[in-house]
Ligand binder design. Structure first.
Ligand code: MSP
Length: 475
């Protein structure tokens, strides 16, 4: 997947205008699994996440609560960090775009480079602005004169903006994507990006007048304008590594971005164009996942179909939620989840399946082996497991682990160690020791996906003791 000595992976930076939800949990979890996998292989890894704070929605949310933006943000950022703690997200840095020490110098440096390359110019902008989307819409985007996502009539605005010459980079980006210099996974998203480029790229507004947007980074040399989204948000992926302030970790760049399909173009077109203009290497890989729906619809408070990650975590625990999101949500397509499907999968594959297997094998071992099985030498990971992870088919890697769980169960049923130990104790002990070694390998493969469970299995084996029930059945 990466021909480099190190591995850098990022989540999108999330809008902190409400509590973190299942979608945020999902993106972060995919990153976490890949980060843990690389660490397990001994690859130096850096995992970045954070919040995209210069948005009008933050200002509005703070106002609704009679709070200053800073005050409001402290609370929401703490909730994101809580979610990460509860979900076992092992990030190395949490970047906040309002951070004037960490983020601003690099964003300003990026702007200056684009400007120096002759790619920033001032022009009049006229357009339909939707406050909900925080972006300009075209007539084609509207349904019945309204923004289809926010059911509101956009405002017609005329203003001075700085523009970025996106159009200048069409051909170059096209080539880099076609040749997989920038790899876009899955192929359908690569094709979507190419089709978009072929449709013709227009220059993009990169700033807004201060009086329309004051919460943000002032444009260098023109404090009457504030940077608008792109330089401000996308540049986080390198400001976090020290771009514009010493570059202490820039050796990790280029890295891999994980994003939802809703922010595809920004990452596969705008960001590469900015990097080309600034003469910085392009991202190596962009992995685009689908969106999670519930009961066939986008989760929304009014529909009452919201599945709150905190609730699930409180009820089922870290590893059960990780299990479900990685195995039962498709990594590239949209997936529907419900509380019922969660419970079903939990009972079938965790309470029964894995939990039951660990209890069976370790009870046999505890009762019949005189000492812990010698720490099994770490075997190579099976090829199928490695291949699935390297193709980002994390659900298939999980299927593979569960096939092994099933095979072990079948072996126990067929070879009946509990009987063998009575009739032929020596052969019985050999069989049980083999089962333990197999279980150890299952535990190792689980490490990036379900780190707590992996650790409990290892500890049980090293102590030769049946652990407490890993996943109690839920009714
Ligand atoms: N702040 C921008 C991104 C800037 S990146 C430089 C943003 N933030 S967001 O809070 O709206 O998060 C969007 C991302 O959250 C999606 O790309 C995806 O990674 C994740 N998800 C949000 N809703 C989701 C689902 N329903 N399902 C899965 N993930 C989705 O856009």
């Amino acid at each position: 997947m990466e021909n480099k000595k190190n591995f850098y992976i990022t989540t999108p930076i999330f809008y902190p205008n409400a509590n973190p939800h299942m979608g945020h949990a999902y993106s972060s979890l995919l990153c976490d699994v890949l980060a843990r996998y690389h660490r397990l292989l001994g690859v130096e890894t850096y995992f970045l996440t954070g919040t995209d704070e210069h948005t009008e929605k933050v200002v509005q949310a703070a106002m609704e609560r009679n709070q200053a933006a800073d005050e409001y943000l402290e609370v929401i950022v703490a909730r994101f960090k809580n979610l990460y703690a509860e979900l076992g997200i092992s990030y190395d840095q949490f970047i906040r775009t309002s951070d004037r020490t960490i983020h601003w110098p690099g964003a300003i440096e990026m702007w200056n480079r684009l400007f120096a390359a002759g790619d920033i110019y001032k022009a009049k902008y006229e357009g339909l602005y939707c406050v909900g989307c925080e972006s300009f819409l075209t007539e084609k985007d509207l349904v019945g004169g309204m923004c289809p996502d926010h059911s509101r009539v956009p405002e017609r605005v005329t203003e001075e903006n700085y523009f970025f010459r996106l159009s200048k980079y069409s051909d170059e980006i096209r080539k880099l994507i076609l040749s997989d210099t920038v790899q876009i996974f899955p192929a359908v998203r690569k094709n979507e990006t190419l089709a978009f480029i072929d449709g013709g790229l227009k220059d993009v507004s990169f700033s807004r007048p201060n009086e329309k947007m004051s919460w943000g980074i002032p444009v260098p040399g023109d404090p009457g304008q504030t940077m608008y989204i792109w330089v401000d948000a996308l540049t986080n992926y390198i400001t976090a590594l020290g771009f514009g302030r010493g570059e202490e970790n820039m050796r990790f760049w280029p890295g891999m971005h994980i994003i939802g399909k809703d922010i595809l173009r920004f990452h596969t077109i705008f960001w590469p164009a900015m990097l080309l203009s600034a003469k910085i290497q392009l991202p190596r890989t962009i992995l685009v996942h689908g969106l999670i729906t519930s009961e066939g619809k986008k989760m929304s408070k009014t529909l009452g179909n919201v599945i709150d990650p905190f609730e699930l975590l409180a009820e089922y625990g870290t590893d059960a939620v990780r299990y479900f999101l990685v195995r039962h949500v498709h990594p590239f397509e949209d997936s529907d989840i419900t509380k019922e499907s969660f419970k079903e999968a939990y009972n079938a594959n965790l309470a029964n399946g894995l939990g039951n297997l660990v209890a069976r094998v370790m009870k046999l071992a505890e009762d019949n082996l005189p000492a812990p099985v010698e720490r099994p030498a770490p075997k190579e990971f099976p090829e199928e497991y490695v291949k699935a992870i390297e193709a980002f088919e994390l659900n298939h890697a999980m299927d593979f682990i569960w096939n092994n769980v099933q095979k072990l169960d079948e072996r126990i049923t067929k070879e009946e160690p509990f009987k063998l130990i009575k009739s032929k104790p020596e052969a019985g002990r050999v069989l049980i020791a083999e089962l333990v070694v197999e279980l150890y390998q299952v535990g190792r493969m689980l490490n990036p996906f379900m780190p707590e469970t992996s650790k409990k299995i290892k500890e049980a084996i090293l102590a030769n003791k049946k652990p407490e029930t890993l996943f109690p059945r839920k009714d």
